[in-house]
Design a protein around this ligand. Structure first.
Ligand SMILES: C[S@@+](CC[C@H](N)C(=O)[O-])C[C@H]1O[C@@H](n2cnc3c(N)ncnc32)[C@H](O)[C@@H]1O
Length: 272
């Protein structure tokens, strides 16, 4: 029996697919993975990233998707059944990123999107564990959602909504600056990696918006700002509802000229 938390998380991951599809491809392309050999996708969720990674490899390239939630992996395995070109080259394994269930030097590279860099666990511990299972010279890449403009025309409102607990997540009030995702290059350096790189990729959201993209963006508004009523002034909350509620006459996604964007930042290093 799936827990309500897992079900709602799974729903959000599914809804976000049309929004993130193209940036996932761009991220994977920018990694220039070795075409053969094997890689690890840590915190693979429903497998969107694992599929994109396998598609970018040659016919000898293999990927293991690892996640803590068996329910997500079951869904990923079902989705994999229809992916004939890659299904023999992917395996999904349940496990914890803090204690990877693999022998030392099992993989040629490792990747993690919105997991290793974003979960509330000491990133140094996580990166040291990841470097244990990657061979000498292999690249480890963390892709992390890093910014967005979702309310064009309302920069002050958007800044106020972003200055709330869920708005600044995965950072949280009280965390040291070193824990902010944009400091990830230092995590790699401290964990003993070499050839450390950082770059940011952007994804545009252009009109006309498909129904799937409207659903994904609406879910994103709710995820980031839907619970912040107690953290903002009443007029900010009213304005949020006026613009972000699909039942409102002023729903921002019904504007035919709606344009937005979001970014993912990529931090990577080579295992020494
Ligand atoms: C935001 S989702 C990202 C999923 C996927 N990487 C993607 O971008 O579509 C984060 C994932 O990390 C997984 N996760 C969280 N903590 C984990 C841990 N300690 N070990 C393994 N997976 C973990 C969650 O179950 C979830 O599937």
């Amino acid at each position: 029996m799936n827990s309500p938390f897992v079900l709602s998380y799974e729903r959000s991951l599914l809804l976000s697919q049309p929004l993130r599809e193209s940036i996932i491809k761009s991220i994977v392309q920018s990694m220039q993975l070795p075409v053969s050999g094997s890689g690890l996708d840590i915190g693979c969720g429903l497998g969107d990233t694992t599929f994109a990674l396998a598609e970018a490899l040659g016919s000898e390239g293999r990927v293991v998707g690892l996640d803590a939630e068996e329910e997500f992996l079951q869904r990923a395995r079902c989705l994999l059944q229809n992916k004939f070109a890659i299904k023999e080259r992917i395996a999904f394994v349940q496990g914890d990123a803090k204690e990877l269930p693999f022998a030392d030097k099992s993989f040629d590279w490792a990747f993690s999107m919105d997991c290793v860099g974003a979960i509330p666990v000491d990133q140094l511990i996580l990166l040291k564990e990841v470097s244990r299972v990657v061979k000498h010279g292999g690249r480890v890449c963390l892709a992390i959602w890093s910014s967005q403009i979702l309310l064009p025309g309302y920069p002050l409102l958007e800044a106020q909504l972003n200055a709330t607990s869920a708005g600044i997540a995965p950072f949280a009030a009280g965390m040291t600056p070193e824990r902010h995702i944009m400091r990830a290059s230092a995590w790699f350096r401290q964990a003993g990696f070499t050839d450390i790189r950082a770059q940011t990729l952007l994804s545009d959201v252009c009109p006309p918006l498909s129904n799937e993209k409207i659903a994904a963006l609406t879910d994103l508004f709710t995820m980031r700002w839907g619970n912040c009523e107690k953290e903002v002034a009443p007029e900010i909350w009213q304005n949020y509802q006026r613009l972000c509620n699909p039942n409102s006459d002023d729903f921002i996604l019904h504007n035919p000229d709606y344009y937005a964007f979001f970014t993912y930042s990529l931090f990577s290093g080579r295992v020494m």
